[in-house]
Design a protein around this ligand. Structure first.
Ligand SMILES: Cc1cc2nc3c(=O)[nH]c(=O)nc-3n(C[C@H](O)[C@H](O)[C@H](O)COP(=O)(O)OP(=O)(O)OC[C@H]3O[C@@H](n4cnc5c(N)ncnc54)[C@H](O)[C@@H]3O)c2cc1C
Length: 439
């Protein structure tokens, strides 16, 4: 096999894993990352003396690719498994939502609704044939099988809170994957769900991966935003950043499908249909308020806030998973929601956003005292979630693009599973294998 100079756009988990794999074939590899650090959506920042992800992250027992990479980088002893706990806030009350007993006791639903909901979830946990769900919306399927009441109380707030104007277009295949995969994140003989989190956060993995790549000769350029990708002479590819122009034999882009589309030559009319296809993949952003406090507010790691009046969809008490001793003995929280790009949460100033989120938090937890907050951080992520609708398989972009020697690998190609770190690693490996077969 000829040694090639391969350029990878984006230093998230997909890009770095593809680099790790292609290194094994002896290629020269350069990663061009627009941000100030590697890790992309899974990257962290220093908060209460530790590295914390910009957005809440955990791993499931079924996340085989991340488990495998953790093993490959000899970090197995840094991965901890914690009991997960979940609650639901509905109609002014917080309820446990962990076990079938919790469901049976759940007062907002009548017995018959609980029975149907329980049976439906059980069926989705066990059925492997997701193809039957692909062309039906989650809203339609859930309404039909769980009944109107369970749909209104449980599924509608979740779908609308997460997907806004796209809520009624989301495929049941997406929801099946969420329920089916989570159900198997358990240890043998234990019925409780286990979630994985690393000592030092997932930065431990990202840092080790970056170190390995640099040690093996991969060039990693940070703070270099790619502006253009085009075919150059003798079948090479030019990648233009704000600082310089690189020439590669092969290029893998791991940025979101929309950003990739903007990098393509606007004068090349042969790409018009391809660009239209890329633009048909819809994305939502995410807005998060992170804070630390002396106060412990909830007994749960995760609370779904099933109220359309709430500015956030999920309340996450991160330190009900990871120990407070990692964070100066303080509690660490995320208040998180998904929003369309035009939403005011992308323009509202940080103080106003925090005020809005904290005001609602006091409704859920009247004992919440903003005076006891130590640190806060606001995060806004533009390409946080793509919309898997009932025609998604047709619009999903391929790994091979119409531009010779240019490939695309990002989370919009993960289907029917939802995006996640482990799937990013799987995509990186898949892309490396594809390139290997074509060289
Ligand atoms: C709110 C939220 C919660 C999540 N929770 C979990 C979880 O609990 N568990 C889990 O497993 N996963 C979770 N994920 C998903 C996980 O973070 C992603 O699936 C994964 O990190 C994606 O990796 P990636 O490399 O494909 O993409 P990204 O991480 O998006 O990487 C793409 C990289 O490209 C760079 N880039 C963009 N534009 C340019 C440019 N013009 N030039 C150069 N570089 C550029 C970006 O800076 C970025 O580093 C969550 C994601 C979000 C948003």
């Amino acid at each position: 096999m000829n040694k090639k100079h391969i350029g990878i756009i984006g230093g998230g988990l997909t890009g770095m894993t593809a680099a790790l794999e292609l290194l094994k074939d002896g290629h020269d590899i350069t990663i061009i990352e627009g941000g100030s650090q590697t890790g992309g959506l899974a990257a962290g920042f220093t908060f209460e003396g530790a590295s914390l992800e910009h957005a809440y992250h955990h791993a499931f027992k079924t996340d085989y690719d991340i488990l495998d990479l953790i093993q490959e980088l000899e970090l197995k002893d840094q991965l901890n498994w914690f009991d997960s706990s979940m609650g639901v806030y509905y109609n002014g009350q917080l309820y446990p939502f962990r076990t079938p007993i919790d469901l049976l006791k759940f007062p907002p639903l009548r017995f018959w609704s609980k029975f149907r909901l329980g049976l439906t979830v059980l069926y989705l946990q066990h059925t492997k044939n997701w193809k039957r769900f692909e062309h039906v919306t989650a809203a339609e399927w859930m309404r039909k099988h769980c009944g109107k009441q369970a749909y209104e109380v449980i599924w509608k707030p979740l779908l609308h809170g997460k997907f806004h104007q796209y809520a009624d277009q989301v495929s049941m295949a997406w929801l099946w994957a969420r329920i089916h995969i989570r159900a198997n994140s358990k240890e043998k003989g234990d019925s409780r769900e286990k979630l994985g989190y690393m000592t030092g956060g997932f930065h431990t993995l990202i840092h080790a991966l970056e170190e390995r790549l640099r040690k093996e000769g991969v060039q990693i350029h940070l703070n270099e935003k790619v502006r253009g990708v085009r075919t150059a002479e003798q079948g090479t590819v030019q990648v233009e950043t704000e600082q310089k122009t690189y020439t590669f034999d092969e290029v893998i882009s791991t940025v979101s499908t929309h950003l990739f589309s903007q990098m393509l030559d606007s004068k090349d009319t042969t790409l018009a249909n391809y660009k239209k296809q890329l633009a048909s993949v819809q994305y939502l952003g995410a807005a998060l308020v992170i804070f630390s406090s002396e106060q412990s507010l909830s007994p749960y790691y995760w609370v779904n806030v099933n109220d359309s009046a709430s500015p956030f969809l999920a309340f996450i008490q991160h330190t009900n998973l990871a120990p407070t001793s990692w964070y100066n003995n303080r509690q660490v929280y995320y208040l998180a929601t998904y929003v369309p790009h035009g939403h005011r949460f992308f323009t509202t100033d940080e103080a106003a956003l925090k005020e809005e989120f904290f005001t609602y938090l006091k409704k859920i937890f009247p004992q919440f005292s903003p005076e006891q907050i130590h640190n806060t951080q606001v995060m806004r992520l533009r390409y946080a979630q793509h919309i898997v609708d009932t025609n998604y398989a047709e619009k999903m972009p391929a790994h091979v693009t119409p531009i010779p020697h240019v490939y695309l690998a990002n989370f919009s190609q993960i289907f029917p599973e939802d995006r996640g770190m482990s799937y990013a690693i799987r995509e990186g490996r898949k892309q490396a294998q594809l390139l290997r077969e074509r060289l």
